[in-house]
Design a protein around this ligand. Structure first.
Ligand code: CVU
Ligand code: MN
Length: 595
């Protein structure tokens, strides 16, 4: 029988202290320095990185340095029995490249070679990266710009930045590995992103695809397969916190008060059930539902909704919005990644953003480019300041997190934080900034409630989107920019032209004046799909690092070249970074591919 108590929930970062193997003086003189380097990295990671539940990251260092192949293999054994998902080798000196290198083809790998002169760590780095490249096992190279003395324990800011970028992306790779995407329903309104491509999930992410028919949600409602105590608590919280907005439907089409009250109960039950489908719930076992209690081990899910479900039953907007938020009736908690319209490719885009930041995500249609001319024609206001080149309307019912109201602050500025940093008053502010409008019954014949809010401006955000291109495979697009505030009457006029019961984010991308970032129009014009996943912060560089680990080329981004950090091998595919990325990804193929 497997002892589940020894099963660690999260992957660890394995640190490999590499040393010159020459006993009889050289090795002995370096043992302490080498081990200290490893310990200093652990300190940095423990201070800076958190797992999705907020707990401190776990690292593991062997209690020996690696001077040759025997110790390299012993370290590999240690890592494989301790759930290591990311591998970082560190050394202050020359050591033997191929004898000490990490040969595991699936672990994201980096080497930090100390830039000193007494002993040449950077020479080991170069030699071992050459070995990695020769053997087709890409690794990231890290060494500081300024020479340090051998006894200097400080990790310089440039090295810190690279270590953390590598570790965050490496952990994202490890955290999604062996987990599931749960599709609830199937294809929504012909959206190709909801046609699940299992080969992509398996080969690039090492993820499973799980599927349930939407009728499973209905069965659990009908047969009362949910925690009834939690349902009462959730309904009470919802009544107290989720204010119902005006019904904008034609009078003749409005649902009766009785139906609306029933809808509230229904959507709260849907929320419990979608969560239980994703991660299981021990309470269900106590109720006699052992299979249902186990869930689908889903790290991300999608709900088809439109149309078969929404033509018949209340829509998924409440469950999607609440699950994607950092709080509910149980208080603050990690957000769940739930894609609306079962757009799995946008779900994965949200997952990438989330695993890099631990913050909740906004899922939106990339709906409208508003040129300055069109804005002026419609509102008489000539956009100025950050809006002067026009802006993009991000809006979709459903999966936008309530954190997207941008009511959380840091140093007075709007932000979205990991749940453990959010205060109770910030939770309340997000709730208060949201109005739950009776669903537009033209679209959603079965009723339900949509979360109406407006994202506060001046928040740095990054939107990404993964697309599948036949003949090429996946490619990722990334745009950094800002949310903006519009004058109130302008917002009203523009928002009222469309689905005013939905959450709105006004977005301005950072322009580079070139290609897809020539102007705001070009950004929208080059977007590869109807949806985007929007994260707090400027994390485009981290997404680029993550994509390179998975061998997904980046087809569009506005990140300065100096911020791009990819495995050393990418340099051998040419000096022009975008084309070298394509060639490298094609050469290596998907991280978990078999060919
Ligand atoms: C209600 C509509 O069918 C929307 O769901 C539609 O605009 C989309 O979001 C398409 O992605
Ligand atoms: Mn949509």
């Amino acid at each position: 029988m497997i002892d589940m108590t020894t099963k660690t929930k999260y992957p660890k970062i394995g640190i490999r202290p590499i040393i010159d193997g020459r006993l009889g003086g050289v090795r002995e003189s370096l043992e302490e320095t080498t081990m200290n380097m490893a310990k200093n990295v652990v300190k940095l990671f423990e201070e800076e990185l958190r797992y999705p539940d907020g707990s401190q990251i776990k690292c593991i260092i062997p209690d020996f340095c690696i001077g040759g192949v025997k110790e390299a293999v012993d370290c590999q054994d240690l890592f494989s029995t301790n759930s290591v998902g990311v591998s970082l080798s560190v050394t202050p000196c020359w050591c033997y490249g191929t004898e000490t290198m990490d040969m595991d083809p699936h672990l994201p790998k980096a080497i930090w070679g100390f830039n000193g002169t007494e002993r040449p760590g950077a020479v080991y780095l170069a030699a071992t990266l050459a070995a990695h490249n020769q053997k087709g096992l890409p690794a990231f190279g890290i060494y500081g710009e300024d020479v340090q003395d051998l006894n200097d324990n400080e990790i310089t800011p440039d090295v810190k930045h690279k270590l953390l970028t590598f570790a965050k992306a490496g952990l994202a790779v490890a955290l999604m590995k062996n987990r599931s995407y749960l599709a609830i329903g199937s294809v929504s309104m012909g959206i190709a992103g909801s046609m699940i491509n299992p080969d992509f999930f398996q080969d690039f992410l090492c993820m499973r695809n799980e599927y349930v028919d939407s009728s499973e949600v209905f069965r659990r409602i009908e047969n009362e397969i949910y925690d009834k105590d939690e349902f009462e608590k959730a309904l009470k919280w919802t009544k107290e916190n989720c204010k119902e907005g005006e019904d904008f439907n034609e009078k003749t089409q409005q649902r009766s008060r009785q139906l609306k009250d029933d809808d509230w109960k229904f959507v709260v039950k849907m929320t419990l059930i979608i969560r239980d489908l994703m991660e299981g719930n021990p309470k269900l076992k106590e109720m006699g539902y052992g299979e249902e209690a186990m869930g689908h081990d889903a790290i991300v899910s999608g709900f088809q909704g439109q149309r078969q479900w929404t033509d018949f039953l209340p829509n998924g907007d409440f469950p999607e919005a609440i699950l994607n938020s950092s709080f509910d009736w149980n208080g603050k908690r990690a957000p769940y990644m739930v894609a609306t319209e079962n757009d799995a490719l946008n779900g994965v885009s949200m997952l990438f953003n989330y695993l890099l930041t631990n913050t909740a995500q906004i899922f939106a249609d990339v709906r409208t480019y508003w040129s300055p001319k069109a804005v002026e024609r419609v509102t008489k206001w000539s956009p100025d300041g950050i809006a002067k080149n026009g802006f993009i309307h991000l809006i979709n019912s459903g999966s936008a997190t309530l954190d997207g109201t941008a009511q959380q602050t840091k140093k007075g500025k709007p932000v979205m934080k990991p749940f453990w940093d959010i205060s109770e008053s910030e939770v309340q502010a997000c709730i208060d900034a949201t109005t739950w409008y009776p669903a537009n019954v033209g679209y959603f014949r079965g009723g339900g409630y949509s979360s109406g809010f407006l994202t506060k401006g001046e928040m740095p955000v990054t939107m990404c989107r993964l697309n599948l291109i036949k003949g090429l495979g996946p490619s990722l697009q990334i745009v950094e920019g800002y949310t903006i505030d519009l004058p109130e009457n302008v917002h009203k006029t523009l928002n009222n032209r469309t689905d005013k019961t939905w959450p709105t984010t006004w977005f301005v991308p950072n322009l580079t004046g070139k290609g897809a970032f020539t102007d705001v129009y070009a950004v929208m014009n080059n977007w590869g799909s109807n949806h985007g996943a929007i994260s707090f912060g400027h994390i485009g560089d981290q997404l680029i690092t993550l994509a390179s680990m998975l061998r997904i080329p980046v087809c569009m981004h506005n990140i300065d070249e100096t911020r791009i950090f990819r495995p050393s091998a990418w340099n051998s595919f040419g000096m022009e970074k975008e084309s070298s990325d394509y060639r490298a990804c094609q050469t290596y193929g998907p991280l978990y591919g078999t060919n």
